[in-house]
Design a protein around this ligand. Structure first.
Ligand SMILES: Nc1ncnc2c1ncn2[C@@H]1O[C@H](COP(=O)(O)OP(=O)(O)OP(=O)(O)O)[C@@H](O)[C@H]1O
Ligand SMILES: [Mg+2]
Length: 380
């Protein structure tokens, strides 16, 4: 510790003391309900960090606060209680018990907690059907594919009702198709279960797809931490930009990152008219009702007729595509069959901006540095 504090590197600490620096000065806050990704190359310290959270690894120094309470000084009995009730872990290689059936595996955490057979069986069967294995309860792990075994592992962790789930490379052993299905499954489950998940992966694409925040590790230290959008927009260093380069930006960024502001230009009866504020080669805009909800699309022709004094009602097209501001760009493009300007709305269905296919394309093609500055993606 004193060598590290004096700034001596990991390699030299090893030569001088034969101690491996697993983690060095890592400080992170995982918000409740987050899907928090810890990403890094092999040996960067991801598992060490994950295993510190439930103290499978004892930290040499520092604190681990669970709901504000330091769990490092806890006695074995208290720690056991936390492991049983608060934190559950899903491992890369499933760690199923081969001589127990699927349902017995799924209820194992509950059994350890002393939950009576009937009660734990009911719970395990419920969770197994949620993960799509309802019909496999009486089978044995060797009768299942890798993806199915992984789902049993997931069910076992979910069945315990622990509010913190640590998933160490839980999907890494799966083939790409099943892996992608499991990712979708986890996102779906998370929407209803709302647990706090710490998910370890060496795959940046996976981190971007699943994560609400990502911490990127290198040599036992965190080199970048933030939302997927902020990290892709501004990697901050070469190590991180090597990962972000390959990312499909249309799957990372949302409509709000590309939409263009509109300005209110007047009223036609009860209808408020807004028009694209920038790039006015062609005038386009929307008609809004008194509470700011979009009622129609106005094109160049409509604007000329409006100028000539016609009423908005008869000019606007009611066939327009509306997307929420948190819609991923790729989904916005898919929804926009007619290739018209799209109306971007907030959670209350109120108009917030205008989105055009050509701007999405330009955004996806632009380099990270220009994106961050041009669109003000917050660097958080
Ligand atoms: N029990 C141990 N004793 C000594 N050193 C260890 C131990 N476990 C891990 N290490 C070292 O700690 C460092 C981080 O290992 P860790 O397993 O956390 O990496 P990782 O990021 O999870 O890698 P991977 O992607 O390969 O799983 C490595 O240098 C490793 O050699
Ligand atoms: Mg690991």
């Amino acid at each position: 510790m004193s060598l590290l504090k004096a700034g001596v590197g990991k390699e030299q600490v090893l030569t001088e003391t034969r101690a491996v620096v697993g983690l060095n000065d890592v400080s992170l806050t995982v918000p409740g309900g987050a899907m928090y990704m810890i990403m890094g190359l092999s040996g960067s310290g991801k598992s060490t960090l994950a295993r510190c959270i439930n103290r499978l690894n004892e930290p040499t120094a520092g604190k681990i606060l669970l709901d504000g309470r330091d769990i490092v000084p806890l006695k074995p009995a208290e720690l056991l209680e936390i492991r049983r009730r608060r934190i559950s872990m899903v491992f890369q290689h499933f760690a199923l018990l081969p001589n127990k059936t699927v349902v017995e595996n799924a209820e194992f955490g509950l059994k350890m907690r002393g939950v009576p057979l009937q009660q734990r069986r009911k719970r395990a069967e419920e969770i197994l059907s949620i993960v799509g294995l309802g019909k496999w309860c009486k089978h044995y792990p060797h009768e299942l594919s890798g993806g199915m075994r992984q789902r049993v592992g997931l069910a076992r962790a979910l069945a315990t009702d622990a509010d913190l789930l640590i998933m160490d490379e839980a999907f890494s052993a799966l083939d790409p198709l099943i892996r992608s299905e499991m990712q979708d499954e986890l996102l779906r489950l998370q929407r209803t279960l709302n647990k706090t998940i710490v998910f370890i992966t060496h795959d940046f694409q996976e981190a971007v797809k699943l994560g609400t925040r990502i911490a990127i590790m290198k040599d036992g230290a965190v080199v970048r931490e933030g939302t997927p959008q902020a990290i892709v927009a501004d990697p901050g260093n070469d190590y991180v930009s090597a990962f972000t380069r390959e990312v499909d930006r249309s799957r990372v960024f949302e409509a709000s990152a590309v939409m263009q502001p509109c300005e209110a230009i007047g009223k036609s009866g009860e209808i408020q008219i807004v028009r694209q504020a920038t790039g006015k080669i062609k005038r386009i805009g929307f008609a809004l009702d008194s509470s700011g909800r979009v009622v129609g699309l106005l094109d160049e022709v409509a604007f000329s007729k409006l100028d000539a004094g016609s009423a908005c009602e008869g000019l606007m097209s009611r066939e327009f595509v509306k997307v929420r501001e948190n819609t991923k760009l790729i989904d916005a493009v898919r929804m926009n069959g007619p290739q018209q300007p799209m109306a971007v709305v907030d959670a209350d269905d109120r108009f917030v901006g205008l989105l055009q296919a050509e701007h999405i394309l330009a955004f996806i093609a632009s380099s990270p540095s220009t994106v961050a500055s041009a669109h003000g993606v917050p660097n958080v």
